[in-house]
Write a protein that binds this ligand. Structure first.
Ligand SMILES: [Zn+2]
Length: 470
């Protein structure tokens, strides 16, 4: 028997290899061995029946949150159930990320973009190049894939923000930005400012849709400005998500003030005061929705349960239905002149936040003919693989990584998710073992010391480093 797992009779969609037909996919030694018709089941140790299902390269979600207080690995189970084989945690800290992926990683591939926090990590104003560089080097040597600026939530000054991007570019690291500084905020002005601050340096712009909520200008004007900025700057890569729900924090600081600027924005949008009392009222009235672990995954709570949970556990996470549906669709579907997507990749900004809807809502766009099925696979797998510098992913060429998702085409739920050739999720039941860490060459030693396997990114191949002009 030369095949480890044979995925039989599914509709295989692989845009890179121009495949869209009923075929079999054979995996051996963790890799794609063969894609063909009528491969014999007698060659395989194990066979998965994919008749009537979609078989695609595993979803690569470039923006999730796995490290969440009280979530105990829920993110990994939730991601696998949505066909995600590789994910990027967008906050960290990397040491907690490594502990969790070893204990409860469920076999998934994941990396960590370690957040830099204003004041706690680097002074909000006047931080020097040396301070910034030391902080970035430390995170990367601990195994982080890259750095995240949490500007929208916890802003730095413009000057420090620009310096962080510059230092990261000079040391050839990966950097993602939730746009916003102390001068702007998490809105369209924050995005336009980010474009200016980046200059010609590479930058990953997080969740483009979230800056187009109509907070500064009319929402259509904000969408136009955001897409125009991305089209005009080939050094930027980006993602957007497809849920009206956002994700933020309801923690209060030592003075009892709301910490996150995003949470304040949401309260303002809903007509609530930006105070602890305003937040409490929003939770009680169900405008601010708390989520918590139940049955191994994170669930949205009722207002009464959410309020009680938040009172007993102030680190609880929350979500507001503040995203404009027109922004979601526009960011997901806008094209450049050559036909490629303006926003490179879909993401969920989910993980432990219950909104892992890349394929479910992506299929709705396909049904509405806003994009083809090939487009969806491109945006959910091939493009993020290129963005992040993972040449072995996003396609089913023989020799590619054995990452595959088998979807029910009606519900958009994953039936099977295979990672590195192993069935890590079958009908909701997840593998019980560590995950594999996606990191940069300088992080390999730390990750291996933590007892974990690595996948090493090749940024020289990445869209992040090469930009759209290349
Ligand atoms: Zn996020």
């Amino acid at each position: 028997m030369d095949i480890d797992v044979l995925v039989k009779n599914g509709t295989v969609v692989d845009p890179l290899n121009n495949i869209h037909r009923v075929m079999d996919v054979a995996l051996s030694n963790g890799k794609v061995a063969e894609v063909g018709q009528d491969l014999s089941i007698f060659r395989a140790s194990s066979v998965l029946d994919a008749q009537g299902a979609l078989v695609v390269p595993g979803v690569i979600d470039p923006h999730v949150h796995t490290v969440r207080p009280g979530s105990r690995g829920a993110a990994y189970r939730m991601l696998l159930r949505c066909g995600v084989t590789t994910a990027m945690d967008m906050r960290g800290p990397v040491d907690v990320f490594l502990e969790e992926i070893r204990a409860v990683g469920s076999g998934i591939n994941a990396g960590c973009m370690n957040a830099l926090f204003a004041e706690k990590d680097i002074p909000t104003e006047g931080a020097t190049e040396n301070q910034i560089r030391a902080c970035i080097d430390e995170r990367l040597s601990k195994g982080a894939f890259g750095i995240k600026i949490m500007g929208g939530h916890y802003p730095f000054s413009q000057e420090v923000t620009g310096r962080i991007i510059e230092v990261c570019a000079r040391r050839k690291g990966y950097i993602a930005f939730h746009c916003g500084s102390t001068a702007t905020g998490s809105n369209i002005k924050g995005l336009l400012e980010a474009v200016e601050l980046a200059g010609e340096n590479p930058l990953h712009v997080a969740h483009v849709n979230s800056y187009c909520r109509g907070m500064v200008y009319d929402v259509n004007e904000e969408i136009r400005l955001a897409l125009e900025a991305l089209r005009a700057h080939p050094n930027l890569v980006s993602e957007s998500y497809l849920s009206v729900m956002n994700g933020t924090y309801c923690t209060l600081d030592a003075q009892g003030e709301i910490e996150s600027q995003v949470t304040r924005n949401c309260l303002r949008m809903g007509g609530y005061p930006e105070t602890a009392a305003g937040l409490e009222e929003a939770i009680v009235q169900g405008y601010c929705v708390i989520y918590a672990l139940a049955g191994g995954v994170m669930n949205l709570l009722s207002p009464t349960d959410g309020h009680a949970y938040w009172k007993s556990f102030p680190e609880a996470q929350c979500t507001f239905a503040v995203n404009n549906p027109i922004s979601l669709v526009s960011c997901a579907t806008a094209r450049r002149q050559d036909g490629s997507f303006v926003v490179d990749s879909l993401c969920s900004d989910g993980g432990a936040n219950p909104r892992n809807v890349i394929f479910r809502n992506g299929l709705a766009l396909v049904r509405a003919r806003y994009m083809t099925l090939e487009d969806l696979v491109r945006k959910a797998s091939l493009n993020p693989a290129r963005m992040l510098g993972l040449p072995g992913k996003g396609h089913l060429t023989p020799g590619a990584d054995g990452d595959i998702a088998v979807f029910d085409p009606q519900s958009g739920e994953a039936l099977y998710t295979l990672v590195n050739g192993r069935v890590c999720m079958a009908h909701g039941v997840c593998h019980d073992g560590p995950g594999t860490v996606v990191t940069q060459p300088e992080g390999v030693e730390a990750v291996r010391k933590a007892g974990l396997k690595t996948i090493i990114a090749d940024l020289s191949f990445s869209l992040f480093r090469r930009g759209h002009a290349a």
